[in-house]
Design a protein around this ligand. Structure first.
Ligand code: ADP
Ligand code: MG
Length: 361
Protein backbone atom coordinates (compact mmCIF):
# COMPACT_ATOMS: atom_id res chain seq x y z
CA UNK A 1 0.00 0.00 0.00
CA UNK A 2 1.39 3.38 -1.00
CA UNK A 3 1.68 5.94 1.72
CA UNK A 4 0.31 9.32 0.82
CA UNK A 5 3.03 11.90 1.48
CA UNK A 6 0.61 14.37 2.93
CA UNK A 7 -0.36 12.01 5.68
CA UNK A 8 3.11 10.72 6.42
CA UNK A 9 4.07 11.61 9.94
CA UNK A 10 5.96 10.52 12.96
CA UNK A 11 4.71 9.76 16.44
CA UNK A 12 6.84 12.40 18.15
CA UNK A 13 4.37 15.15 17.55
CA UNK A 14 5.65 16.39 14.20
CA UNK A 15 2.85 15.12 12.08
CA UNK A 16 2.25 16.87 8.82
CA UNK A 17 -1.41 16.00 8.69
CA UNK A 18 -2.28 19.16 10.55
CA UNK A 19 -3.90 18.41 13.88
CA UNK A 20 -2.42 21.35 15.75
CA UNK A 21 -4.15 23.24 18.52
CA UNK A 22 -5.75 25.66 16.09
CA UNK A 23 -7.56 22.74 14.51
CA UNK A 24 -6.87 24.48 11.23
CA UNK A 25 -6.12 22.46 8.13
CA UNK A 26 -6.82 23.00 4.50
CA UNK A 27 -8.23 19.51 4.42
CA UNK A 28 -11.70 19.31 5.93
CA UNK A 29 -13.15 15.97 6.80
CA UNK A 30 -16.80 15.81 7.79
CA UNK A 31 -17.95 14.28 11.01
CA UNK A 32 -20.27 11.44 10.08
CA UNK A 33 -23.28 10.91 12.25
CA UNK A 34 -25.18 7.67 12.75
CA UNK A 35 -28.30 7.40 14.86
CA UNK A 36 -29.23 4.07 16.37
CA UNK A 37 -32.66 3.51 17.85
CA UNK A 38 -32.41 0.66 20.31
CA UNK A 39 -35.18 -1.91 20.71
CA UNK A 40 -37.51 -1.89 23.70
CA UNK A 41 -35.54 -3.78 26.31
CA UNK A 42 -37.28 -3.18 29.61
CA UNK A 43 -40.43 -5.07 28.81
CA UNK A 44 -41.03 -5.86 32.46
CA UNK A 45 -40.92 -2.17 33.28
CA UNK A 46 -43.54 -1.53 30.59
CA UNK A 47 -41.64 0.44 28.00
CA UNK A 48 -43.79 1.63 25.13
CA UNK A 49 -42.57 2.52 21.67
CA UNK A 50 -43.37 6.17 21.25
CA UNK A 51 -46.09 6.87 18.72
CA UNK A 52 -44.47 10.24 18.00
CA UNK A 53 -41.17 8.76 16.82
CA UNK A 54 -40.90 7.87 13.16
CA UNK A 55 -37.77 6.13 11.88
CA UNK A 56 -37.24 6.21 8.11
CA UNK A 57 -33.95 4.41 7.39
CA UNK A 58 -34.44 4.52 3.61
CA UNK A 59 -34.42 8.33 3.84
CA UNK A 60 -31.85 8.34 6.67
CA UNK A 61 -34.42 10.35 8.55
CA UNK A 62 -36.03 10.49 11.97
CA UNK A 63 -39.13 12.52 12.71
CA UNK A 64 -40.21 13.30 16.21
CA UNK A 65 -43.47 14.76 17.54
CA UNK A 66 -46.55 15.66 15.58
CA UNK A 67 -44.78 18.71 14.16
CA UNK A 68 -43.20 17.56 10.90
CA UNK A 69 -40.61 20.36 11.20
CA UNK A 70 -38.84 18.19 13.70
CA UNK A 71 -37.40 15.92 11.10
CA UNK A 72 -33.68 15.21 11.04
CA UNK A 73 -31.48 13.65 8.38
CA UNK A 74 -28.22 11.83 9.21
CA UNK A 75 -25.52 9.86 7.41
CA UNK A 76 -26.95 6.62 8.76
CA UNK A 77 -30.14 5.75 10.57
CA UNK A 78 -30.42 2.35 12.25
CA UNK A 79 -33.76 0.91 13.31
CA UNK A 80 -34.28 -1.22 16.45
CA UNK A 81 -33.91 -4.44 14.46
CA UNK A 82 -30.44 -3.60 13.10
CA UNK A 83 -27.82 -5.88 14.59
CA UNK A 84 -24.26 -5.12 15.69
CA UNK A 85 -22.65 -6.55 12.55
CA UNK A 86 -24.88 -4.56 10.22
CA UNK A 87 -24.04 -1.34 12.02
CA UNK A 88 -20.31 -2.06 12.05
CA UNK A 89 -20.22 -2.94 8.36
CA UNK A 90 -22.32 0.00 7.27
CA UNK A 91 -20.88 2.81 9.36
CA UNK A 92 -17.59 1.83 10.98
CA UNK A 93 -15.50 -0.56 8.88
CA UNK A 94 -14.66 2.00 6.18
CA UNK A 95 -13.55 4.55 8.73
CA UNK A 96 -11.19 2.02 10.36
CA UNK A 97 -9.37 1.65 7.01
CA UNK A 98 -8.31 5.30 7.23
CA UNK A 99 -5.91 4.35 10.04
CA UNK A 100 -3.52 2.70 7.57
CA UNK A 101 -3.36 5.94 5.61
CA UNK A 102 -2.19 7.76 8.72
CA UNK A 103 -5.45 9.43 9.68
CA UNK A 104 -6.61 9.46 13.26
CA UNK A 105 -9.98 7.83 13.67
CA UNK A 106 -12.46 8.55 16.43
CA UNK A 107 -15.78 6.89 17.23
CA UNK A 108 -17.93 8.55 19.87
CA UNK A 109 -21.08 7.13 21.41
CA UNK A 110 -23.48 9.79 22.66
CA UNK A 111 -26.88 9.47 24.31
CA UNK A 112 -28.81 9.25 27.56
CA UNK A 113 -28.13 6.50 30.07
CA UNK A 114 -29.76 3.27 28.93
CA UNK A 115 -29.85 4.26 25.25
CA UNK A 116 -27.33 1.59 24.21
CA UNK A 117 -23.94 3.37 24.12
CA UNK A 118 -22.00 0.68 25.96
CA UNK A 119 -23.82 -2.12 24.15
CA UNK A 120 -23.11 -0.53 20.76
CA UNK A 121 -19.46 0.23 21.54
CA UNK A 122 -18.89 -3.16 23.17
CA UNK A 123 -17.02 -1.52 26.04
CA UNK A 124 -17.99 -4.31 28.43
CA UNK A 125 -17.80 -7.16 25.92
CA UNK A 126 -16.01 -10.27 27.18
CA UNK A 127 -14.50 -12.67 24.66
CA UNK A 128 -15.59 -16.33 25.04
CA UNK A 129 -18.33 -15.31 27.48
CA UNK A 130 -20.60 -13.17 25.34
CA UNK A 131 -22.50 -14.05 22.20
CA UNK A 132 -20.40 -13.29 19.11
CA UNK A 133 -23.34 -11.67 17.32
CA UNK A 134 -23.57 -9.14 20.13
CA UNK A 135 -19.96 -8.03 19.70
CA UNK A 136 -19.89 -4.25 19.61
CA UNK A 137 -17.77 -1.76 17.69
CA UNK A 138 -14.57 -1.93 19.78
CA UNK A 139 -13.97 -5.71 19.52
CA UNK A 140 -15.02 -5.77 15.86
CA UNK A 141 -12.60 -2.96 15.06
CA UNK A 142 -9.76 -4.61 16.98
CA UNK A 143 -10.45 -7.83 15.10
CA UNK A 144 -10.33 -5.98 11.76
CA UNK A 145 -7.11 -4.21 12.69
CA UNK A 146 -5.25 -7.42 13.51
CA UNK A 147 -6.60 -9.07 10.36
CA UNK A 148 -5.25 -6.21 8.24
CA UNK A 149 -1.95 -6.36 10.07
CA UNK A 150 -1.67 -10.03 9.23
CA UNK A 151 -2.34 -9.26 5.57
CA UNK A 152 0.37 -6.60 5.47
CA UNK A 153 2.98 -8.26 7.67
CA UNK A 154 5.10 -9.30 4.67
CA UNK A 155 5.95 -5.71 3.80
CA UNK A 156 5.23 -3.79 6.97
CA UNK A 157 6.19 -3.87 10.60
CA UNK A 158 3.56 -2.86 13.13
CA UNK A 159 3.66 -1.67 16.71
CA UNK A 160 0.25 -1.45 18.38
CA UNK A 161 -0.26 -0.06 21.88
CA UNK A 162 -3.42 0.46 23.89
CA UNK A 163 -4.39 2.69 26.75
CA UNK A 164 -7.71 2.96 28.54
CA UNK A 165 -8.71 5.94 30.66
CA UNK A 166 -11.83 7.37 32.20
CA UNK A 167 -12.78 10.92 32.96
CA UNK A 168 -14.82 11.00 36.15
CA UNK A 169 -15.84 14.17 37.98
CA UNK A 170 -13.16 15.99 35.95
CA UNK A 171 -10.38 13.63 37.09
CA UNK A 172 -8.61 11.45 34.58
CA UNK A 173 -7.91 7.86 35.68
CA UNK A 174 -5.63 5.30 34.06
CA UNK A 175 -7.70 2.10 33.94
CA UNK A 176 -4.73 -0.09 32.99
CA UNK A 177 -2.67 0.90 36.01
CA UNK A 178 -2.97 -1.78 38.69
CA UNK A 179 -2.21 0.65 41.54
CA UNK A 180 -4.59 2.39 43.92
CA UNK A 181 -7.18 4.83 42.62
CA UNK A 182 -4.93 7.79 43.59
CA UNK A 183 -1.98 6.24 41.78
CA UNK A 184 -4.15 5.99 38.69
CA UNK A 185 -4.71 9.74 38.46
CA UNK A 186 -3.25 11.09 35.23
CA UNK A 187 -2.37 14.67 34.33
CA UNK A 188 -2.92 16.12 30.89
CA UNK A 189 0.10 17.98 29.50
CA UNK A 190 0.70 19.92 26.37
CA UNK A 191 4.04 19.51 24.60
CA UNK A 192 5.85 22.51 23.09
CA UNK A 193 4.64 21.34 19.68
CA UNK A 194 1.05 21.57 20.87
CA UNK A 195 0.38 17.87 21.28
CA UNK A 196 -1.72 16.70 24.16
CA UNK A 197 -0.29 13.86 26.21
CA UNK A 198 -1.52 11.91 29.19
CA UNK A 199 1.48 12.06 31.50
CA UNK A 200 2.67 8.57 32.44
CA UNK A 201 -0.41 6.73 31.23
CA UNK A 202 0.00 2.95 30.88
CA UNK A 203 0.46 1.89 27.28
CA UNK A 204 0.30 -1.84 26.73
CA UNK A 205 1.85 -3.29 23.57
CA UNK A 206 -0.54 -5.79 22.00
CA UNK A 207 -0.29 -8.26 19.14
CA UNK A 208 -3.70 -9.93 18.98
CA UNK A 209 -7.44 -9.51 19.50
CA UNK A 210 -7.22 -11.64 22.62
CA UNK A 211 -4.48 -9.56 24.25
CA UNK A 212 -6.26 -6.33 23.42
CA UNK A 213 -9.59 -7.58 24.74
CA UNK A 214 -7.87 -8.56 27.98
CA UNK A 215 -6.86 -4.90 28.41
CA UNK A 216 -10.41 -3.77 27.73
CA UNK A 217 -11.81 -6.26 30.25
CA UNK A 218 -9.27 -5.40 32.96
CA UNK A 219 -9.85 -1.70 32.48
CA UNK A 220 -13.62 -2.12 32.63
CA UNK A 221 -13.25 -4.01 35.92
CA UNK A 222 -11.22 -1.11 37.33
CA UNK A 223 -14.06 1.32 36.72
CA UNK A 224 -16.26 0.02 39.51
CA UNK A 225 -17.07 -3.38 40.90
CA UNK A 226 -20.37 -5.14 40.39
CA UNK A 227 -22.70 -4.90 37.42
CA UNK A 228 -25.14 -2.41 38.92
CA UNK A 229 -22.36 -0.31 40.47
CA UNK A 230 -20.68 -0.28 37.07
CA UNK A 231 -23.83 0.97 35.35
CA UNK A 232 -24.37 3.73 37.88
CA UNK A 233 -20.69 4.68 37.67
CA UNK A 234 -20.34 4.51 33.90
CA UNK A 235 -23.38 6.70 33.34
CA UNK A 236 -21.40 9.52 34.95
CA UNK A 237 -17.98 8.98 33.41
CA UNK A 238 -16.48 9.12 29.94
CA UNK A 239 -14.44 6.06 28.93
CA UNK A 240 -11.72 6.46 26.28
CA UNK A 241 -10.09 3.39 24.77
CA UNK A 242 -7.11 4.37 22.58
CA UNK A 243 -5.00 2.33 20.18
CA UNK A 244 -1.91 3.77 18.54
CA UNK A 245 -0.79 1.99 15.42
CA UNK A 246 2.71 2.49 14.02
CA UNK A 247 3.30 1.09 10.60
CA UNK A 248 6.73 0.98 8.96
CA UNK A 249 7.78 -0.37 5.58
CA UNK A 250 10.33 -3.11 6.08
CA UNK A 251 12.42 -1.96 3.08
CA UNK A 252 12.21 1.71 4.06
CA UNK A 253 12.36 2.35 7.77
CA UNK A 254 12.10 6.13 7.18
CA UNK A 255 8.63 5.63 5.85
CA UNK A 256 6.55 5.48 9.01
CA UNK A 257 2.86 6.03 9.45
CA UNK A 258 1.37 6.53 12.87
CA UNK A 259 -2.32 6.80 13.63
CA UNK A 260 -4.46 6.95 16.71
CA UNK A 261 -7.77 5.18 17.05
CA UNK A 262 -9.94 6.55 19.86
CA UNK A 263 -13.18 4.93 20.97
CA UNK A 264 -15.24 6.96 23.37
CA UNK A 265 -18.16 5.75 25.45
CA UNK A 266 -19.46 9.10 26.70
CA UNK A 267 -21.27 9.70 29.97
CA UNK A 268 -25.06 9.82 29.89
CA UNK A 269 -26.31 13.01 28.29
CA UNK A 270 -29.45 13.33 30.46
CA UNK A 271 -29.70 16.53 32.41
CA UNK A 272 -28.77 16.48 36.09
CA UNK A 273 -32.05 17.99 37.22
CA UNK A 274 -34.01 15.06 35.86
CA UNK A 275 -32.48 12.61 38.29
CA UNK A 276 -33.05 14.98 41.22
CA UNK A 277 -29.35 14.84 42.00
CA UNK A 278 -27.87 16.90 44.81
CA UNK A 279 -24.39 17.35 46.34
CA UNK A 280 -21.67 15.19 44.78
CA UNK A 281 -24.10 13.66 42.29
CA UNK A 282 -25.14 17.10 41.17
CA UNK A 283 -21.51 18.16 40.76
CA UNK A 284 -20.85 15.07 38.65
CA UNK A 285 -23.85 15.98 36.54
CA UNK A 286 -22.59 19.50 36.04
CA UNK A 287 -19.16 18.18 34.96
CA UNK A 288 -20.72 15.76 32.51
CA UNK A 289 -22.91 18.41 30.98
CA UNK A 290 -20.04 20.87 30.70
CA UNK A 291 -17.95 18.25 28.94
CA UNK A 292 -20.68 17.31 26.49
CA UNK A 293 -21.57 20.93 25.90
CA UNK A 294 -17.92 21.80 25.23
CA UNK A 295 -17.63 18.80 22.89
CA UNK A 296 -20.68 20.01 20.98
CA UNK A 297 -19.14 23.47 20.72
CA UNK A 298 -15.83 22.09 19.43
CA UNK A 299 -17.62 20.01 16.82
CA UNK A 300 -19.73 22.90 15.58
CA UNK A 301 -16.71 25.20 15.54
CA UNK A 302 -14.95 22.67 13.31
CA UNK A 303 -18.12 22.47 11.24
CA UNK A 304 -18.17 26.21 10.72
CA UNK A 305 -14.41 26.12 9.91
CA UNK A 306 -13.84 28.77 12.53
CA UNK A 307 -10.21 29.82 13.00
CA UNK A 308 -10.33 29.21 16.72
CA UNK A 309 -11.59 25.93 18.14
CA UNK A 310 -12.33 25.97 21.90
CA UNK A 311 -10.51 22.77 22.85
CA UNK A 312 -9.06 24.18 26.05
CA UNK A 313 -12.35 24.66 27.81
CA UNK A 314 -12.37 21.26 29.54
CA UNK A 315 -10.47 17.99 29.87
CA UNK A 316 -12.72 16.03 27.55
CA UNK A 317 -12.17 18.37 24.61
CA UNK A 318 -8.45 18.73 25.37
CA UNK A 319 -8.11 14.96 25.28
CA UNK A 320 -9.99 14.74 22.02
CA UNK A 321 -8.12 17.63 20.41
CA UNK A 322 -6.08 15.56 17.97
CA UNK A 323 -8.91 13.09 17.53
CA UNK A 324 -11.29 15.75 16.25
CA UNK A 325 -8.96 18.13 14.42
CA UNK A 326 -7.90 18.35 10.81
CA UNK A 327 -6.23 14.96 10.43
CA UNK A 328 -9.06 12.92 11.79
CA UNK A 329 -12.05 10.91 10.67
CA UNK A 330 -14.83 11.03 13.21
CA UNK A 331 -18.01 9.04 13.55
CA UNK A 332 -20.58 10.00 16.13
CA UNK A 333 -22.99 7.26 17.04
CA UNK A 334 -25.99 8.88 18.67
CA UNK A 335 -27.99 6.32 20.62
CA UNK A 336 -31.65 6.87 21.41
CA UNK A 337 -34.39 4.99 23.15
CA UNK A 338 -37.70 4.62 21.32
CA UNK A 339 -39.64 4.65 24.59
CA UNK A 340 -42.40 7.14 25.12
CA UNK A 341 -41.04 8.37 28.44
CA UNK A 342 -37.64 9.19 26.88
CA UNK A 343 -39.00 11.47 24.20
CA UNK A 344 -37.53 14.66 25.64
CA UNK A 345 -34.02 13.17 25.92
CA UNK A 346 -34.36 11.60 22.48
CA UNK A 347 -35.15 14.99 20.96
CA UNK A 348 -32.18 16.52 22.76
CA UNK A 349 -29.86 13.77 21.40
CA UNK A 350 -31.23 14.16 17.87
CA UNK A 351 -30.55 17.90 18.06
CA UNK A 352 -27.01 17.39 19.34
CA UNK A 353 -26.31 14.90 16.56
CA UNK A 354 -27.84 17.23 13.99
CA UNK A 355 -25.50 20.00 15.09
CA UNK A 356 -22.49 17.70 14.70
CA UNK A 357 -23.58 16.82 11.21
CA UNK A 358 -23.51 20.40 10.03
CA UNK A 359 -19.77 19.86 9.40
CA UNK A 360 -19.43 19.94 5.63
CA UNK A 361 -16.53 20.37 3.31
P1 ADP B 1 -25.87 3.06 28.03
O1 ADP B 1 -24.45 2.61 27.94
O2 ADP B 1 -26.23 4.06 26.96
O3 ADP B 1 -26.26 3.53 29.38
P2 ADP B 1 -26.44 0.26 27.66
O4 ADP B 1 -25.58 -0.02 26.47
O5 ADP B 1 -25.94 -0.19 28.96
O6 ADP B 1 -26.82 1.80 27.71
O7 ADP B 1 -27.89 -0.36 27.33
C1 ADP B 1 -28.91 -0.48 28.30
C2 ADP B 1 -29.52 -1.87 28.21
O8 ADP B 1 -30.11 -2.07 26.94
C3 ADP B 1 -28.50 -2.98 28.35
O9 ADP B 1 -29.07 -4.02 29.07
C4 ADP B 1 -28.20 -3.40 26.93
O10 ADP B 1 -27.77 -4.72 26.84
C5 ADP B 1 -29.55 -3.19 26.27
N1 ADP B 1 -29.43 -2.83 24.84
C6 ADP B 1 -29.03 -1.63 24.38
N2 ADP B 1 -29.05 -1.59 23.04
C7 ADP B 1 -29.47 -2.81 22.63
C8 ADP B 1 -29.70 -3.41 21.37
N3 ADP B 1 -29.48 -2.74 20.22
N4 ADP B 1 -30.12 -4.69 21.34
C9 ADP B 1 -30.34 -5.37 22.46
N5 ADP B 1 -30.14 -4.87 23.69
C10 ADP B 1 -29.71 -3.60 23.80
MG1 MG C 1 -22.95 2.80 29.44
Amino acid sequence: MAVDDATKKSCDGTNTGGSGSSGGSNRCIPVRVAVRVRPLVQRAAQEYFSSSLEVLPEHKQISIGSDSNRSFTYDYVFTPDCGQEEIYNAAVSKVVLQLYKGFNVTVLAYGQTGSGKTYSMGTNYVLDRDNEEEMGIIPRAINDIFKSIKDREQDYEFIVKVSFVELYADNLFDLLNVGSREECLVEIRETPTGDIIMQGVTEVPVTSLRETMRCLEQGSLNRATGATAMNAHSSRSHALFCMTIEQRRKDDSENMVCAKFTLVDLAGSERAKKTGATGMRFKEGVNINQGLLALGNVISSLAAKEKYTPYRVCKLTRLLQDSLGGNSHTLMLACVSPADDSLEETLSTLRYADRARKIKN
